[in-house]
Design a protein around this ligand. Structure first.
Ligand SMILES: [Zn+2]
Ligand SMILES: [Zn+2]
Length: 217
């Protein structure tokens, strides 16, 4: 462990949180001289203190031990580049508009990579009033179902959480030229390009997700 780097990082994180050396010392039941020593690089925190220290400073413990907190590249502001993340343990659904470091249930999670799966379900799209109804040709049983459907445009996204036994239909405000993402609990994430939906309902074929073939039903 590089005590100089770690000490500098502790001081930086402490100041970001608006804490004094005394505040940190009290929370850890140690003397403020010890905190001052770490920050000067004259020794590293004892292993028994790391968990509480990372909680007090709201920082990732493994990155703190490295003495460097990695920063993600700034968010480009383009919602169309959204990434979806699903925790494999608790099925928490997360969306991120820029690169991110995400942890859930104690695990580091990577964004899902949408595929162009030839078995991707067919989707029927139909405009009714101001909304588009997407009906997904996919079972909704307890062990095999669509967990979420999301509709993404350049500046906004809509997320529909779905549940087993429900109808495989989602209703989204009518906005052309977006992308429809579907996440199946068994087969992962697929994406469809959605052009302007014509008057009559259309089928969007899953075999070529990125240039969806449109055929009148
Ligand atoms: Zn989780
Ligand atoms: Zn499936």
């Amino acid at each position: 462990m590089d005590c100089t780097k770690i000490g500098r990082l502790i001081a930086q994180l402490r100041k970001e949180k608006g804490l004094t050396q005394q505040n940190v010392a009290q929370a850890l039941h140690i003397s403020n001289k010890t905190v001052s020593k770490w920050e000067c690089g004259l020794g590293c925190p004892d292993i028994s203190l790391w968990a509480n220290l990372s909680a007090i400073l709201d920082a990732d413990i493994s990155q703190m031990m490295e003495g460097e907190i990695s920063r993600n590249r700034p968010d480009s502001g383009n919602i169309a580049k959204i990434r979806f993340i699903v925790c494999p343990i608790c099925k928490n659904i997360l969306a991120s508009t820029g690169p991110s470091s995400i942890f859930c249930c104690g695990r580091r999670l990577e964004p899902l990579v949408p595929t162009m799966d030839e078995n991707a379900p067919c989707v029927t799209a139909e405009n009714i009033d101001i909304d588009t109804f997407f009906t997904i040709d996919h079972e909704m049983t307890k062990c095999h179902f669509i967990l979420f459907a999301a509709y993404v445009t350049s500046d906004r996204f809509f997320l529909n959480r779905m549940y087993p036994e429900q109808d495989p239909t989602v209703r989204i405000p009518q906005i052309p030229n977006g992308q429809l993402y579907l996440y199946c609990n068994k087969h992962g994430l697929v994406v469809y390009k959605i052009p302007k939906i014509p008057e009559t309902p259309v089928k969007i074929n899953g075999t070529n997700c990125w240039s969806a073939q449109i055929a009148v039903r």
